[in-house]
Structure formats: structure tokens, C-alpha cells
Ligand binder design. Structure first.
Ligand code: UD1
Ligand code: MG
Length: 426
């Protein structure tokens, strides 16, 4: 917690001081939802990322202090241990939890790779179809450590299916494919639910806080000590608390009206922090439950991502300079849609998932962009930018809380027990 306080203070002041420096270096972006479209510094997530990574590095001795002492004769004095069977047991350092340190370091390495790639993206504006796979490279270090250290590729089968499949199914290498997919999905989905002031950071903060609450459920006094999953959840807390620190600092500058933009670096960092704690903390399925709005946004976007419906470079809501409100942005159909797509759009229009505009001949000329932000505006009508951001924070919180309650309270309906129950599988 102290480290997170430091993280907040350092990130807060560095973002403030470095704004003009970033502008001078050309790292700036136009705030499209303001009357004059002012230019403000972009890529401020890079500042957060550097502060965050340095603090994680400085933190290394602290969680391992107890083990460092235990692996010696106490107080760091190694002489005593050296006397016993030096050939077989070395310096007794095998008592030191190297695997835990390896997890921590691989998490750090994954985060460092994603930050380098994120900054590259912000500098060069890499094409969307090229950058989706970037996080896969960042995931390799932690997947290797997962393989060597934990290696569990079994999943528990829900009770109704156990008659056919048995209690566990070994997914084998498919499980690694699934984890790589989680690592690709988390960063990209946060980057896609973006475009209005504060939304990237606010959604990440909600997810991080809910994850911390979930972690706390596995620690004393919420559960009898020591719980078998305690170490994984402590690991998760070590990564999440300083992340909350730097994110809060960024939110102070990025909330409406923004003085800085976060850049893709922040979105990637945030997503990768969640992927790292979810995978190395062994709760990737619970993690995905907190991504319901992002999953919805991704699935809803697929027709545009795969080019079935035209996808403009920016799909963020459109600013109306007269009213000062945001309304759903549209994609223009320069060539009229094929009859099949026109029918589908018509149905979606009826069920109020999109809004289409037709010309005199009844041909579709515009349809709203398929993002959750635009959908919300189709439902509520025009909103001010910060109201829309607040609504999204509420949606994220409500979905996350319901998901966690279902996860822990109703788990026994589909599984034999919740893994918080003592002695259960982790
Ligand atoms: C993703 C989205 C894109 C959306 C963009 C907005 C997909 C496939 N891509 O692209 O549709 O328009 O994010 O972030 O879904 N900006 C604002 N106000 C804000 C935040 C950003 O005006 O509060 C604008 C600024 O001009 C900023 C730019 O968005 O410079 C950043 O866009 P960038 O992050 O490069 O877009 P992508 O992540 O590629
Ligand atoms: Mg972006």
C-alpha cells in the first residue's frame, strides 16, 4: 500500500511536468469531442508504465524477505547452512521459492515487452490488423513459467456434464492457446472501449478494484489461514495495488475535460496487468467475468472489424458543437449494402441495436458504429461526455459485482464447490 501511495504521487507529478515535453516531441492528439478540438499530450500511459515497472522492481525484496531469511541461518547469515552437505544441497537456497520469484519476474518481463510495443504503437500508429497480435509476444514469458511451474491444464467440469466427461477434462496445449487468447484479448478490448475522456482508465480501475476485492476473499480473515490459493492471490495484489496507484494519478489528468490522453501504451499495460494476474494467479476464468462489457463491445464490433460493415479509423461518439452533447457516430454507406446486410441492419434497427438513416429511395446511407458507447447513446439519446463516461463506469461496476456474486454464491449450482471452500481444488 505504501508503494502504491508512492506510485500515485510520483505518477501524478511526472504526468504534470512531462506534458509539455511530450507535446514538443510530437506525442499529442486532438480531443475530438470539444468545440475547438484542442491538442493535448498523448501517450501519458508511458509515464505510468515506467513508474509502475520501476516500483514493481523495487518491491521485489519485500514479499521475499521472509524466504530470504528462512533460506539462510537467519538474519542473512549463510555460514551455518554452508556446513551441511554443500554438494547435495548447495547453500540450502532450494528452500527459497525460486518458482515464485520466476512467476514474479516473468510477469514483469511480459509487462515490459507490452510497454515497449505499446510505445512503438503510439509513435508509429501501427495498423489495427497488425497490432492485435502484439500482446501474444508479451505473453510468451509468463506462459513458459506457467508451463514449468504450475502446468495445470485441467478444467473442472460442471456437475450436469460430469456424467459424460468425468470430473476433470485435460485441455492440454489448447489451454495454452486459451491463455494466449486471454493475453491478446484483454489489452485489445480495453483499447477498443475507448475514445471519450477518462473511459480507458476508469474501466481499468473498476476491474482492478474488483479483482483486489476478489483477492481479499482468499486471504485471512475472510477465509481460514493458510488458504491453498493464498499465494496466488497475494501475487495478484502485489501487481494490482501499484497499478491502482498510477491509474488514479492518470485519471486525475485524464477525466473530463482531459488535460492528457493515455495512449495505447496505457490500454495495453492495463490489459496485460490483468492477463498476468489472471494467468499466473490461476483465475483467468474469473478474470473474464469482469470483462463482460469489453466482451460485449468486441462481439458487437466484429462486423466492422471483419469488414462486413465499413469501419472508419475512429468510431468514437460524435460531438455536436451546438448542443455540446455526444451522439452516436455513424459509418457512411457510399456503396449501398447488399440486400442481406440491409435486412440484417433493418432488424438490428428494429431491436434498437443500431440506428440507420435511409435516403428517399429507401436505401441505407448511414448506420451507427457498432460500439457499446454508440449503442448506449442510441438507447439514452445524446449525453454529455462525462455523463456517458459515468454511465459506462456504472455498467462496468454493476456487471462486475453481479459476476463476482454469481461466481462465489452460485458456483455450487454448476460446480461441486466454490474454490474458496477450504481444501477445495485451486
Ligand atoms: C481505437 C478504436 C477507434 C477509436 C479509438 C479512440 C477500434 C477498432 N478502434 O483505435 O474506433 O476511435 O480507439 O481512442 O475500436 N481521442 C479523443 N478523446 C478521448 C480519447 C481519444 O478524441 O478521450 C482521440 C484523440 O484524437 C486521440 C485518438 O483518439 O489522439 C487516439 O486514438 P488511438 O488510441 O490511436 O486509436 P486506436 O486505439 O487505434
Ligand atoms: Mg487506443
Amino acid at each position: 500500500m505504501a508503494f502504491s501511495g508512492i506510485a500515485f504521487a510520483v505518477a501524478y507529478s511526472m504526468i504534470r511536468w512531462l506534458g509539455p515535453v511530450f507535446m514538443k516531441a510530437g506525442l499529442k492528439g486532438k480531443d475530438m469531442a470539444k468545440p475547438r478540438r484542442p491538442e493535448i499530450p498523448e501517450t501519458m500511459g508511458a509515464v505510468c508504465a515506467v513508474v509502475y515497472l520501476l516500483l514493481l522492481i523495487a518491491f521485489i525484496p519485500f514479499p521475499f524477505y521472509k524466504d530470504i531469511v528462512a533460506a539462510t541461518s537467519g538474519g542473512g547469515n549463510r555460514d551455518v547452512v554452508l556446513e551441511t552437505h554443500p554438494v547435495e544441497t548447495g547453500r540450502f537456497l532450494h528452500r527459497f521459492p525460486h518458482s515464485k520469484l520466476a512467476s514474479y519476474l516473468s510477469g514483469l518481463l511480459s509487462l515490459q515487452s507490452i510497454v515497449i510495443l505499446g510505445i512503438g504503437d503510439d509513435l508509429l500508429d501501427i495498423r489495427w490488423r497488425h497490432k492485435v497480435l502484439i500482446p501474444a509476444f508479451g505473453a510468451i514469458p509468463m506462459l513458459i513459467v506457467y508451463f514449468v511451474d504450475f502446468g495445470v491444464t485441467h478444467v473442472v467440469v460442471p456437475v450436469p456434464l460430469q456424467r459424460y466427461l468425468g470430473s476433470f477434462v485435460d485441455l492440454g496445449w489448447l489451454y495454452y492457446g486459451y491463455m494466449a487468447a486471454v493475453a491478446i484479448f484483454c489489452p485489445n478490448s480495453i483499447n477498443m472501449l475507448a475514445g471519450i475522456n477518462g473511459i480507458e482508465v476508469a474501466q481499468s480501475l473498476v476491474i482492478a478494484v474488483l479483482l483486489i476485492i476478489n483477492d481479499a476473499l482468499y486471504l485471512a480473515p475472510m477465509t481460514p489461514f493458510p488458504h491453498p490459493a493464498m499465494d496466488s492471490h497475494l501475487f495478484s495484489i502485489y501487481f494490482l495495488l501499484p497499478f491502482v496507484g498510477v491509474s488514479l494519478a492518470l485519471l486525475c489528468h485524464n477525466w473530463y475535460p482531459s488535460k492528457v490522453f493515455v495512449g495505447d501504451t496505457y490500454c495495453y499495460l492495463a490489459g496485460m496487468v490483468f492477463a498476468v494476474v489472471g494467468i499466473l494467479g490461476h483465475f483467468s476464468k474469473t478474470l473474464l467475468l469482469l470483462f463482460i462489457p469489453q466482451i460485449f463491445n468486441f462481439v458487437f464490433s466484429t462486423p466492422q472489424l471483419f469488414g462486413i460493415i465499413p469501419c472508419p479509423r475512429h468510431r468514437l461518439p460524435k460531438f455536436n458543437a451546438v448542443t455540446g452533447l455526444l451522439d452516436a457516430s455513424v459509418t457512411e454507406w457510399t456503396v449501398p449494402p447488399s440486400p442481406l446486410i440491409a435486412t440484417i441492419l433493418e432488424i438490428l434497427h428494429r431491436v434498437r441495436l443500431v440506428r440507420v438513416t435511409k435516403n428517399k429511395d429507401g436505401q441505407i446511407v448511414e448506420s451507427t458504429n457498432l460500439t457499446i458507447l454508440n449503442l448506449w447513446l442510441v438507447w439514452t439519446g445524446p449525453l454529455r461526455e462525462d455523463r456517458l463516461a459515468l454511465h459506462m463506469v456504472a455498467v462496468q461496476t454493476v456487471c462486475g459485482v453481479i459476476a463476482l456474486v454469481i461466481r462465489h454464491r452460485l458456483a455450487f449450482l454448476v460446480f461441486r464447490e466454490d474454490n474458496r471452500a477450504f481444501g477445495a481444488h485451486v
